[in-house]
Design a protein around this ligand. Sequence first.
Ligand code: AMP
Length: 518
Amino acid sequence: MQLKLIEKPVEPEPLKTIESSIAERLEDDNFKWMRPIERNLYKVPNEQKFLSEDQLKDAYSQGGVMNVYPFREDSKVDIPPPVSSFEQAFGSNQAIMNEIKKNGFDKPSPIQAQMWPILLSGQDCIGVSQTGSGKTLAFLLPAFLHIDAQYKQYDANEKKPSPSVLVLSPTRELAQQIEGEVQKYSYNGYKSVCLYGGGSRKEQVDSCKGGIEIVIATPGRLTDLSNDGVISLASVTYVVLDEADRMLDMGFEAAIRRILFEIRPDRLVALTSATWPEGVRKLTDRYTKQAIMAVNGSLDLTVIKSQMTLLQLICFQSCKTVTQFFEFVPHENRFDRVCEIVNFLNTAHGKNYKMIIFVKSKVMADHLSSDFCMKGINSQGLHGGRSQTDRELSLKMLRSGEVQILVATDLASRGIDVPDITHVLNYDFPMDIEEYVHRVGRTGRAGRNGEAMSFMWWNDRSNFEGLISILEKSGQEVPEQLRRDAARYRQKCQDGRDGPRPNFRNKSNKESSFQSSY
Ligand code: AMP
């Protein structure tokens, strides 16, 4: 009889938990000298401690419905109740309170009411909310207090970890807008730099010299400067991924991952996004711990959790304040029609309107601007083919009212905050419904009403069904022709005589199409 040697099965190595891999990475020389992060800067105000269920419900629904829940269903995190006043979040900080007063804001916006207590209590937070909902201050004001708390741990003559705060933003325009907010507060003399492609590299390199507390950057330029050793991100303890969906759309995923790998693994993460696609969910899953989601919208939780597009949720917010009109206009008639509309607005409103006209490509934006010029209509253009200085000037002129019409590509469809846009005109219908929602959301902001007009034609047919669904859900009138054409297209698809057109902005080539045409 032969004896068989039975090998003892090798125990599989236990999977590393997020916590254990963080602890391991903190042993790295880059991070070892730094103190643990001071996280909890928030005491739940007494009046918020014992809210009844009804009071809590009221608090959540102030000025808009908020859904708040842990990102991971099984995680046991304490969700702090929303604040109902600025004092509850920042009452102990006179400098911040003074600045808020100067701005004349009445009360925290819904996303602020929820993100402030979460971030101030040191928990990762995902804010799903439109641009224009006050999300910049939602992550910025806690960031100021966060820096204070980290610096307090070091003696005056000790080396302090800097920069402490990193805000990643998809576009230069948005990065500059955020920097504008930082400078407005000039909090504690903390220094910030704004790093973006297209701006002078040398100036940006120089601005990184000396102590900096806050870095606001687009991922591409930041990776470039960090690879060249101009800036080290190891010390960052508070990182913001602003408009994460937009950054992924623009192909920045690899750069974001590289940057996040460089910074302190136990950092606090704040992520904002207007939509909730798969890519953002994965990013959240990979890079946050015990995160809490604060979703600004009126859909119920089960719908959101079943990952129905948050686009529809945004529609409830934006489309209610924007009256939307549609005209079926062939391309050759569009210029005449837009001139009629501009003349009408000039007669009806004089200087009291501002309009963004969206077109599909840089070339089209240039054509339309020069055709306007020939007709004596004053406009400015904004697209990725213009120099940074020109783009900044266009926005400045629109903000100040020096020009009332901006002809833009989808570069302007998200993130750009000019609160008093009264009209949006889709000269070319956008590639997809998501972009439609973002464009329309440029008006009807900050409690105002707006109007949007879209030119469309049969070649936009693949978007008809989605558009109808959005209009119905937000209580807007659906034009008869839109219903008829949607039904005709559906029938043709069923008969195999038509079908979805290739989407040139699908995942694999989004980046190149963005860069080439916007
Ligand atoms: P954002 O979503 O950060 O782009 O903010 C949009 C605009 O809302 C900015 O012009 C802010 O100054 C303004 N804002 C921020 N917080 C408030 C608030 N609590 N009340 C009224 N306006 C606000």
